[in-house]
Ligand binder design. Sequence first.
Ligand SMILES: C[C@](O)(CO)[C@H](O)COP(=O)(O)OP(=O)(O)OC[C@H]1O[C@@H](n2ccc(N)nc2=O)[C@H](O)[C@@H]1O
Ligand SMILES: Nc1ncnc2c1ncn2[C@@H]1O[C@H](COP(=O)(O)OP(=O)(O)OP(=O)(O)O)[C@@H](O)[C@H]1O
Length: 295
Amino acid sequence: MPHHDVMVEAAAMPMTETAYAKINLALHVRARRDDGYHALESIFAFAEDGDELSAQPRDDGAITLLIDGPFAAGLDVGGDNLVMRAARALDAYLGGGHGAALRLTKNLPVASGIGGGSADAAATLRLLCRLWGVTPSAEALSAIALSLGSDVPACLASRTSFVGGRGEEIADIHIAGLDGAPLLLVNPGIALSTGPVFAGWDREDRGGLLADSIESLVSSGRNDLESSALSLAPVIADVIASLRRQHGVLLARMSGSGATCFALFHTACDRDAAAALIAADHPGWWTMTSRIRSL
Ligand SMILES: C[C@](O)(CO)[C@H](O)COP(=O)(O)OP(=O)(O)OC[C@H]1O[C@@H](n2ccc(N)nc2=O)[C@H](O)[C@@H]1O
Ligand SMILES: Nc1ncnc2c1ncn2[C@@H]1O[C@H](COP(=O)(O)OP(=O)(O)OP(=O)(O)O)[C@@H](O)[C@H]1O
């Protein structure tokens, strides 16, 4: 095959990125701020799996989006989609005129506390920087990310981190035994909007987050949004209880504003057995097996 045909074929291959599911291993809400947001302390970790994004260049300067996958039906491809908002924000920062044909395969439930939309937005920024051959400064990219949502800056690197402020203060951390830990996510089939869950927080500061091991995450970590989410969706208590009674569980808790809960396991066998038992008991619940992403 002549060399130039190989080049043409290679150029037609879409570029891809994974939008890694986000897990709040602990989420301490410290205060309601004057701007309506809440000051947080959280340990973010990421699954190795999530939504999938792909992009190809478009010469006409248009940005388009197609959505497929198991949770595509819950989403609109219009300008409100976080993928479109991220693409337009980056294009505007670059002065406009960049085209892309984007495809999102929506594997994660929508409005479920695992940052699906935020991870999609961050993955779109990573993908389009590659597609358009641009390297904005880390500060510029973080500012674009924060304009899209509080979780988006941490989703840019998708590394285990300590997150403070509204979500924009990010420091990498190492927690012994966490990298590659077998992970199970379970959602009872309920969408919960983040705003009302924060609004139901009882405004009691239960103290800061100091956790450097899985054991200290278990003993001193909390999710301060759990009781508010539970009052909106009581079934979350059943999800947490089903995870906690499984063999080989290290830590089980709700993630973010719910309703998805996660569990970390000693072994992949323990995790897979738990996933099978929970799926058999609750056929309407969504489950995903993965591992904690390590870099
Ligand atoms: C619950 C978490 O997922 C934990 O990681 C995040 O704090 C929420 O992040 P997010 O979904 O990206 O949230 P945003 O889209 O920025 O905000 C949605 C709504 O959640 C509330 N919100 C969000 C973040 C924050 N630190 N304080 C808040 O009170 C606000 O009412 C806001 O209007
Ligand atoms: N690509 C997208 N994927 C998911 N939700 C999107 C997307 N684009 C826009 N949204 C909207 O964003 C809202 C929040 O979605 P998301 O799935 O990020 O919430 P979440 O899982 O509760 O996140 P968090 O953990 O940050 O609270 C939903 O109400 C949804 O309609």
